[in-house]
Write a protein that binds this ligand. Structure first.
Ligand code: BDR
Ligand code: CA
Length: 311
C-alpha cells in the first residue's frame, strides 16, 4: 500500500450512484477515506445516513466514521429522487441495520473540526449531494476553505441541459443557495456536471463485465448498477444510468480520463424557469474547473481494475 494515500472526506446522499462512488473510494489503496458526512438529498437524512453505513459495512469499513448532517436545504423544502433510487434510496441491495452506529456529533461540526486541522497539503473533499453541509460549515467557519486541497463536486449542467428541470441538475436544484455559498468560497473545485456524466453510462454489456468478475464487491456493484438501469429506463426509455457520483472518484484516481476548462460558476437562485441553473463564466485561472469530456471506456476499465485490485 502506498505511503502517500490521499486523505479524503466524502459528503454524500446515498443514493445508488453515491454507493458506487463510495465503493470505488474504498477499493482504491491510494485513497484514505477519513470521514463520510451525509445530507438529505435523494432520500431523507435518516436513510442516506443508514445507506452510507450499509456500504461501509458491506465493504468491511465499519471503522470509517459516518456523521449525519443537515436534514433539509438552507431555505427551501427538500426535494427527493426516489424515482431514480427507489424508496430505500439504494435499490439493488437488501436493506439492513448496520452494526456501526452513526458517529457522535453533527456533520457540519465534523467538517469544521477536520478541515480546521488538515493533514499536510489539505483534504480532498467530494460532494455528491446537495451542498448544504459544506455551505453551513463555511458560513460558521470560513477559514476551513484553506483546509481543502481540492473540492470535487458532482452537480450542475450546461450544454447537457438539466435532469430535474430543462436547465437544472438535481444536486444544485435541491439547494442552490448552498451551492452558491460553496462556489463563492474560492476553493479549487472540479465540477463533474451532467455535461460530463452523461458521457459515461453503465450500458448493460459493461455491467455484465463487472458481474463476471470474481468476488462479492463485483456482484454488489453489478446489483446496484442493474437496479439503477431498471429505474433509469423506466423514466427515460432507451437511456442507461449515467455514472454521476462515481465520476468524482474517477477524476481523483484518473484525471487523464477527463478534459476540463477553467471557469467561475454561479447558480441562479431567483425563482423562475432557470432556478438552480449553473452559469459558467470562462476565466483564465478558475477557481473552478468544469469537466467537458470524459473517456467512458477508460472509466469502466478503471472500475474493473479497482475491483480486481489492479488500480
Ligand atoms: C445527482 O442527483 C442524484 O440523484 C445522484 O445521486 C447524483 O448525485 C445527479 O443529478
Ligand atoms: Ca448523490
Amino acid at each position: 500500500m502506498s505511503a502517500a494515500r490521499l486523505p479524503l472526506i466524502i459528503d454524500c446522499d446515498p443514493g445508488i450512484d453515491d454507493a458506487v462512488m463510495l465503493m470505488m473510494a474504498f477499493l482504491s489503496p491510494r485513497l484514505d477515506v477519513r470521514a463520510i458526512t451525509t445530507v438529505a438529498g435523494n432520500v431523507p437524512l435518516r436513510l442516506t445516513s443508514r445507506n452510507a453505513r450499509m456500504i461501509c459495512e458491506r465493504m468491511g469499513r465499519g471503522d470509517v466514521p459516518v456523521y449525519a448532517g443537515c436534514p433539509r436545504p438552507m431555505t427551501q423544502k427538500a426535494v427527493t429522487a426516489e424515482d431514480f433510487h427507489g424508496m430505500t434510496g439504494i435499490s439493488g441491495i437488501e436493506v439492513f441495520e448496520p452494526k456501526a452506529p452513526l458517529a457522535k456529533g453533527h456533520a457540519v461540526n465534523a467538517l469544521i473540526d477536520l478541515l480546521s486541522a488538515p493533514p499536510p497539503g489539505g483534504y480532498t473533499v467530494i460532494i455528491s449531494g446537495p451542498m448544504t453541509n459544506l455551505a453551513a460549515a463555511l458560513v460558521m467557519a470560513p477559514h476551513i476553505a484553506s483546509g481543502i486541497r481540492e473540492l470535487v463536486v458532482m452537480g450542475g449542467a450546461d450544454t447537457a441541459g438539466g435532469n430535474i428541470t430543462p436547465t437544472a441538475e438535481f444536486n444544485i436544484y435541491a439547494d442552490p443557495i448552498a451551492a452558491n455559498i460553496v462556489f463563492d468560497a474560492n476553493i479549487p473545485t472540479v465540477v463533474l456536471a451532467l455535461d460530463a456524466t452523461h458521457q459515461v453510462r453503465a450500458a448493460p454489456p459493461r455491467v455484465a463485465r463487472i458481474r463476471a468478475l470474481p468476488g462479492a464487491n463485483a456482484a454488489l456493484m453489478a446489483d446496484l448498477l442493474d437496479a439503477a438501469n431498471a429505474l433509469e429506463t423506466r423514466w427515460r426509455p432507451g437511456l442507461w444510468v449515467p455514472m454521476h457520483d462515481p465520476s468524482t472518484t474517477g477524476w481523483i484516481l484518473a484525471p487523464h480520463l477527463f478534459e476540463t476548462k477553467p471557469c467561475r460558476i454561479t447558480v441562479t437562485t431567483r425563482p423562475g424557469k432557470d432556478f438552480g441553473r449553473t452559469r459558467i463564466k470562462d476565466t483564465a485561472k478558475g477557481p473552478h474547473r468544469w469537466v467537458t469530456k470524459a473517456d467512458d471506456d477508460g472509466f469502466f476499465a478503471l472500475i474493473e481494475d479497482l475491483l480486481m485490485g489492479r488500480a
